[in-house]
Design a protein around this ligand. Sequence first.
Ligand code: KIV
Length: 278
Amino acid sequence: MTEPMTAPSSPKPSSPAPMSVPKFMAAKGRDKKLTVLTAYDYPFARLFDQAGVDALLVGDSLGMVVQGKSTTMPVTLDQMIYHGEMVARAATRSLVIVDLPFMSYQVSPKQAIKNAGRVLKETGAGAIKVEGGVHLAGTIRALSEAELPVMAHIGMRPQSVRKMGGMSKVQRDEASLLADAHAAEDAGAFGIVLELIPRGIAAKITKELSIPTIGIGAGPDCDGQVLVSYDMLGLTADFKPRFLKHYAELHSTVADATARYIEEVRDGQYPDAAHSHE
Ligand code: KIV
């Protein structure tokens, strides 16, 4: 067991001011694109926050990349709150956005408000995200009118994988994507994730909306980008969609370090004198 990390109490005077929902919205159309990464625990959230990422998304992708399940659908509200609280505690300046998981908001606007309220109250996060456009507009409006900052998510919607027929299908119906994007904005979403859509359609949506678009597999013209951090860091080595770029190869770093540890312990090389108490 290593020594526990101490929670940074407040941002250092020199660190940039915390990101808020209004600031996030104001970044639309600026030269510098918005940066978003998923985070699920304290150590990674702290590293991403200190590196200067604008927002940390506690994605329900944790069902797949943390829990090892094949979809995001089994993730519960309590699990999102558990992870959201750890991430929010680590964030000194990034805006923390927590996904509402499958079936925690689809039943009714009342259910959505109750569960979104729980998430914001119990985690300390700044906003929540839901998947949907036209069909979810009433719920997005209700959340927004209850003053709960809500981000929408259109294109490939992993919680609807059963209906959409696969996780990796690029969504190409321009008319319905534009309708979804406008419906989310009109209902009061402060931002919108565009997942797996052709770059031309993403560019058009970005031009037509006045809220920031955050792309994943949606090309370079969005107002910002989001990646699942474990994918971006190369921890999930077998997952290689076209849009993904590895900025590290943690899969091999961890495998090599573990192999060396096993070898050194088995051979009696570790712990040596330098790593032993007299
Ligand atoms: O759950 C998640 O990580 C997400 C991102 C892929 C946008 O929704």
